[in-house]
Design a protein. Sequence first.
Length: 229
Amino acid sequence: MSKNKNILKHLAIIMDGNGRWAKERGLIRTKGHEKGAEVTREITRYCAKHPTIETVTFYAFSTENWKRPKYEVNFLMKLLDSWLRNELETYHKFGARFETVGNIEGFSPKLQETIAYIKKETAHHTNVTQILALNYGSREEIAKAASRLANRNEPITEESLGNELNTPYSDIDMMVRTSGEIRLSNFLLWQLSYSELFFTKTLWPDFTAKELEEMIEQYVNRERRFGGV
Ligand code: IPE
Ligand code: IPE
Ligand code: MG
């Protein structure tokens, strides 16, 4: 019996395990973030070439990650800035458009400038849209969207609230979390309602396009019922 295969348009990834990867090697945690950034590039390359993936959303910094030691937070901010600047060429090479979701007003003016610049320079690319979730928290996103609707005296419905979220209203087909943690950590709670979830013990710096490809092979054959029979 042949069955329709699922199409993967929007993939979301919780990149987790950078710190543990570094610790296992006797390195400081920030080395794991550096290696992790390279993996983000490789996965974006894969997504840009993939025939059906239109969007890949990576969780890079949560609203809760400010709780980390100052040294690590500062390192992550600097890494993001220098990485984005160096990455422009790669975005052009992959035909990848850069976007963000989250409260980037919480970042330094310099970093905000870099983010705006890379968005502008890559806006014309169509192979894939790479969204980095930066200073992102799903509860905050939902609460702010509801409050904007209420202030405008507009009805709060599934459709209006979905459209008001900062992440353009697009259901996520598939979500991957690395490092063996089985939780969402405040990531895209609304948009993940009917996603197919994948968890792997692989730490983010060790994750590969090959492992992703194997997950996608499972995804296309999963039965997505959306409440039907
Ligand atoms: C994910 O790796 C990257 C960020 C949250 C920025 P972690 O830094 O959370 O690594 P672990 O979970 O401590 O190993
Ligand atoms: C989630 O990872 C956030 C990102 C990957 C950016 P965390 O490492 O912060 O999540 P918890 O603390 O294990 O839930
Ligand atoms: Mg973690």
